[in-house]
Design a binder for this molecule. Sequence first.
Ligand code: 3EB
Length: 337
Amino acid sequence: MNGLERMPSVRLLCTSGGRVAEVLAEHRGKVLGVISYSASEPDFSSGDLIHVWVELEVFGEESCHEIWVSENPVSVQRQDGFEYSSDGDFLFCRSLHGECMLQGLELGARSAYADLFDLLDRSGYPFLLRAWNYFPGINDAGRGIERYREFNVGRHEAFCQKGRLIEEGNVPAACAIGTRRGGLVICFLAGRNKGMAIENPRQVNAYRYPGKYGPKSPTFSRGMLVGDALLISGTASIVGSETMHPGDVMRQLEETLENLRTVGSMARQAGFVAEDFRGLCLNVYLRSREDFDSVRKRLEIEFGPHAKIFCMQAEICRTDLLVEIEAFWIPVGRKAA
Ligand code: 3EB
């Protein structure tokens, strides 16, 4: 026992489309939320669950699903245009903005984040642990600047407006990925208690990126330790703040793996314990489907048979990045040991 094990923790079940109904039935009443990745609308009935669809093609599968599960009963609320679930320790919520595509990403991100922050504050789960950010045309020109950069401006403004200092411990683990179409999709996992932010000494903290990457920096940490679970942000071939190996996906992959290992070792220093890769789930975003076979083979060598790996075709927030990997590492089997 190192203390972390006694902290409340979330569970995640990553599954391909074929098993999703079974997993949901097994955890009935204890599901905080489901994030489904697929090119066409998922066809299972999500009933009363908080559910988002991320419109991306999954390679080699019809769909894949992240099912966030609590150890305790979950209650689901729908009010004031929000849908959220909570279990006494964690709150999972979603915000869907179709219209902001007309108004621009800056306004969309600002109002979505501001409203979600209000929800966290008034419901008593003030600590943002993980944010998922998806919207189409992430690398397209917006109103003067790239849409990802507009998104960063709005997100940054919402943090300031709601009195959230942009500093270590206050920014969540996150991903920001370009979808094929649709609106802005944001999910938050928040806690009654603070998580432990993990940064990567090989990389400049993202909220300190220099101005050449946009007028306002992205507000995320490289990882977040939540109880015994490690939530690793979208991780790419960036050292310092520079993209490494433009044009070479396999070298970008090696750099990304080195960044993932570094985040893992920083988390271990903070008390994270995992004996093997069971309970590790990777979402791999590839700009080009041609890279799928070689990337998957390399990842299978790196992580062996226990990790669950889903690869998707997606636009990544820097045009020179060809691959990005996010990871959820929730050790299994130790509590019973
Ligand atoms: C990077 O390291 C790659 O804007 O929320 C990764 C994870 C990235 C989250 C975000 C962006 C975000 O800068 C991009």
